[in-house]
Design a protein around this ligand. Sequence first.
Ligand SMILES: *Cc1c(COP(=O)(O)O)cnc(C)c1O
Length: 475
Amino acid sequence: MDADKNLSRAGENLRPGVQKYVDAARKAAEERDRYIREVVKKWKFDTIAVHGLYSVQEALEKNQGSIIEPIFMSSSQAWHDADEMEAALAYLIPGWAYSRIANPSTGYLEDTLMLLETYGSDVEARCCCTSSGMSAIFSATEPLLAMEPQQTGPWNFVSSRQIYGGTYMLFDVRHPQMGAECRWVDDAADLDEWESRIDVNTSFLFGELPSNPGQTFFDIKAVADIAHKHDIPLIVDSTIATPALLRPFEHGADIVVHSVTKTMTSSGFGIAGAVIAKKPLHYRSVPWEGQEDYASYLKLLPNRDFGPNLSPFHAILTLNDLRTLRSKVSRMSHSAMQVARFLEEHPKVEKVEYLGLNSHPLHDLASRYMWLVDSEYDEVYGGRINRYGHLLSFLMKDGHEQARNVINNLQRIWRATDLGRIKSIANIPSISTHQQQGEESRQAAGIPPNLIRLCVGAEHPMDIIDDLDQALEKA
Ligand SMILES: *Cc1c(COP(=O)(O)O)cnc(C)c1O
């Protein structure tokens, strides 16, 4: 930790040349803040998704007028002189230096994600992109489990049990290998259960919603209040909802993590992740260097050393997908609702798990939180409308073999362990995404062997239903 402390040179007398760069950077930062406050924050969600912070002025002054954000395929940045180099490497000015630390193309994506996640609120936040959703979750949680001198005994953390299989392994196997205990909450909707798992060594609360594949949901505001009462942050994995349907910061969450791989990069070009953190985060488990700006801290210090950075090429591919996020999520969610209704009526299907169905026990709770952003401005809807995402699950009456048959009979829908795609995809979690966590923990997380996970894409819903119909018929 001492090495991190040495980076803070506040109050130090700087050389005049270094000071000149610091002053110029401060002016640029003020101008950026003004542009966000007075211009960008007044835009609607779709406008922000299309433009982010990349302006006509920036294009003309810096990028030869390129209307699309350039891909800076460069390992590192050159400096005008020694003073600028010193200022940048001391993190006194916001250069990017070396692409393991930062890169301007990745920066465009980070700005847009930060703006979308804080849309419609006064919350201030920063974003740090990573090479995958898992590295985002690792990055967000690892520093919170670093041992502090005043701490007695090992850290623990509390997580809802219904989470992505990779996160389950990180929490159940990897973090405990480093000495931190994971305490599971079996029923995330039960606030007393969250409360009962917390003690003085608890570092953070973590929840995923809606969860994958089980469609659990919890009262974000109430769980955030519990976290704050214990002076710890709430981290939410909001991958399935995306900011087009849910923005957890508004309800008190402190850190939002995403597998940007999924709906955000619906074209499926590759893997990416993001940590978006509120500013500031004054909690007892947050390292003091990270309290003012946790996401930038992750970027400049731990991630510089762990090295999970995102490639600039991929950042721009993702950014390009993000521009149409809201309309795609709306379309895919609307189709998912129709598919869910079809499956619910099918005689071979035992049960459909989809938050949008009235039959789901958490339908009312989810309906309080999940809205299509800006739908009140869409004339066709005549008001705000609920949307519940593109992910649903259904259970086959005749068990696991029948689920395999359905999967094998699919013709248009792809068999793959993926989600959020523009193409519909199905799998059986118990033999794929959630295979390695074992039967007992799958049972506790509500993932039976006859459960099929279906991610509805942007094809016409009638074609998706036709494919399911013929596959079920033969199963
Ligand atoms: C896929 C996924 C992850 C992991 O993201 P990767 O990009 O695959 O590393 C985390 N959380 C959820 C909800 C996911 O669906």
